[in-house]
Design a protein around this ligand. Structure first.
Ligand code: PNS
Length: 172
């Protein structure tokens, strides 16, 4: 079966930063299960179905990746799927405390599963779903930070036109 990792998150919506972590994660793990879970502290823009759809279009053509969703504890799902690791991206120091807390809690809940962190690529250091939504709401140019399909869906959601300079940073 090989080494399986769960890459959990809200993915509201998926960004190029997420895709960067997934593609680099695939050089370590044989299979990555990108799993949408509930983060009670977040207000969502996209429905679960929309987030799954955006992820599957963005990951088209990438092998050994699966998209899933789970209602409950991340470690329970990881165990259920035979995963031995949780993959998370780390951006700046500001991410550290939250990630550290979550990793320790997950380890307390399930000692057999290790959390593995990858540092975000430098060009995605300021990329987050929340900041992208904030900018996109007012037509800010977020074109180079998200897959094309996400840009289009944000335009529809906010009823705005995002006029990028056409520069698309392909994270793959
Ligand atoms: O992309 P996010 O919002 O930073 O991801 C956070 C997420 C969804 C991975 C986290 O909230 C989570 O794991 N939720 C499921 C419940 C759980 O197991 N929480 C961690 C232990 S308290």
């Amino acid at each position: 079966m090989g080494k399986i990792a769960i890459y959990p998150g809200s993915f509201d919506p998926v960004t190029n930063g997420h895709l960067d972590i997934i593609t680099r994660g695939l050089t370590i793990f044989d299979r990555i299960i990108v799993t949408i879970l509930e983060n009670p502290s977040k207000t969502l823009l996209f429905s679960l179905e929309e987030r799954i759809d955006l992820l599957s279009q963005s990951l088209e053509g990438i092998e050994n990746v699966e998209i899933a969703s789970y209602h409950g504890l991340l470690v329970d799902y990881a165990k259920q799927r035979g995963a031995t690791a949780i993959l998370r991206g780390m951006r700046a120091v500001s991410d550290f405390e939250y990630e550290f807390q979550m990793a320790l809690m997950n380890r307390k809940l399930e000692r057999e599963i290790q959390t593995v962190f990858l540092m975000t690529g430098l060009r995605w250091i300021f990329t987050s779903s929340s900041i992208i939504k904030e900018a996109a709401k007012f037509g800010g140019d977020i074109e180079s930070m998200v897959p094309h399909v996400v840009k289009e869906r944000l335009e529809q959601k906010f009823n705005v036109r995002i006029n990028g300079n056409g520069a698309v940073d392909d994270p793959r």
